[in-house]
Design a protein around this ligand. Structure first.
Ligand code: LMR
Length: 328
């Protein structure tokens, strides 16, 4: 222990005075709202492992899963204040940062497949990261999850099936508009309150990926799941900008390399994790899965496509066209 401390202190003395004052490792708090056994949860743990090894113990990552530290409504403000250094909120939840164009990622039926999401993130999405800087937050990477499915305690086949249902949505104007377009009543709710809300009946259903459905144990409170793939769930890996700027050059390189490799890992496993989760849900006696007929999906599409025009009014037609072009 003494040897290790001495080694760390010696390392620290090579750094700028601010960092040299502490012999303790520099702590990175990474808060998120999902279970550790999800693409994001596993990506966060991979980042921890990589950064701690590559920094030779000079940086320590504390990962707080399952909203243990922060609920999603409090995450962004805490990042801006520097109370945590890293987050990976869904693109649907970035509204407080004031870059409206992220809403485009929530558009129904925008992405034909995962590749289309990825292309959009790496081109159009990257340009939006630049707009986050004035908010004190830096976008580092996009982390994938997958297509959204729709669940309730009754089969959701036709648009008519949504009438009168209260549906939990993320804090996204687009998601709210979508539920209204389907004839349901949207209810914004923290992810950490989803299970209890469904159990208590304050909401009747929700949208989400197979991975989140499984790891939040929603099979216990939702009997029907429609494989609608009507929207997409993905994340922005965000760092507190001042923290990132002030990292000494050597640690910054190590930090950025851990980000790059944890990102590749998280994005490589996302598809398989969701396929695996869907397999588990299929095996669950309580849950019936519905693969919508083309004619049923056409009805969803007709009801939901009006949301594109609403979003265009908020973000402007040029941004909408840019997102369409990127999505192919
Ligand atoms: C949700 O609130 O449904 C998701 O954003 C949760 C998550 O982080 O996957």
């Amino acid at each position: 222990c003494i040897t290790r401390r001495t080694a760390l202190a010696a390392g620290a003395s090579l750094l700028s005075p601010a960092w040299a004052q502490t012999a303790n490792p520099l702590v990175v708090k990474f808060s998120h709202v999902v279970a550790p056994e999800t693409p994001k949860g596993k990506g966060a743990l991979r980042f921890k492992e990589l950064l701690e090894i590559r920094s030779g113990g000079r940086m320590r990552v504390e990962v707080y899963p399952n909203s243990q530290l922060l609920k999603d409504k409090d995450e962004l403000a805490a990042l801006q204040r520097g109370e945590v250094q890293l987050l990976a909120p869904s693109l649907s939840k970035l509204r407080p940062l004031g870059v409206k164009e992220f809403e485009l990622f929530d558009l129904p039926f925008l992405f034909k497949n995962r590749g289309a999401f990825n292309d959009t993130a790496q081109t159009f999405g990257r340009t939006l990261f630049g707009k986050l800087e004035p908010s004190g937050v830096r976008g580092l990477a996009f982390w994938d999850n997958g297509f959204l499915l729709m669940s309730a305690n009754k089969p959701l086949r036709d648009v008519d099936d949504f009438k009168g249902l209260k549906m939990r949505v993320q804090a996204s104007a687009v998601a709210e508009a979508e539920m209204r377009a389907l004839g349901a009543e949207p209810k914004v709710m923290n992810f950490s309150e989803l299970f209890a809300g469904l159990q208590a009946g304050s909401v009747d259903g929700t949208e989400g990926t197979a991975s989140n459905f499984l790891t939040q144990r929603l099979a216990e409170v939702q009997r029907h799941l429609t494989l609608s793939n009507h929207g997409y769930l993905a994340y922005a890996l965000l760092v507190n900008r001042a923290f990132h700027d002030r990292l000494p050059a050597d640690l910054r390189g190590v930090f950025d390399s851990a980000v790059a490799d944890a990102t590749s890992y998280a994005n490589t496993i996302a598809n398989a994790e969701n396929a695996w989760a869907l397999g588990k849900i299929k095996g669950h006696a309580r849950v019936s899965l519905h693969a919508p007929q083309a004619s049923e999906l056409e009805g969803w599409r007709r009801a939901l496509m009006g949301v594109h025009a609403t979003v265009a009014e908020r973000v402007g037609p040029a941004a909408l066209q840019a997102a369409y072009r990127a999505a192919g």
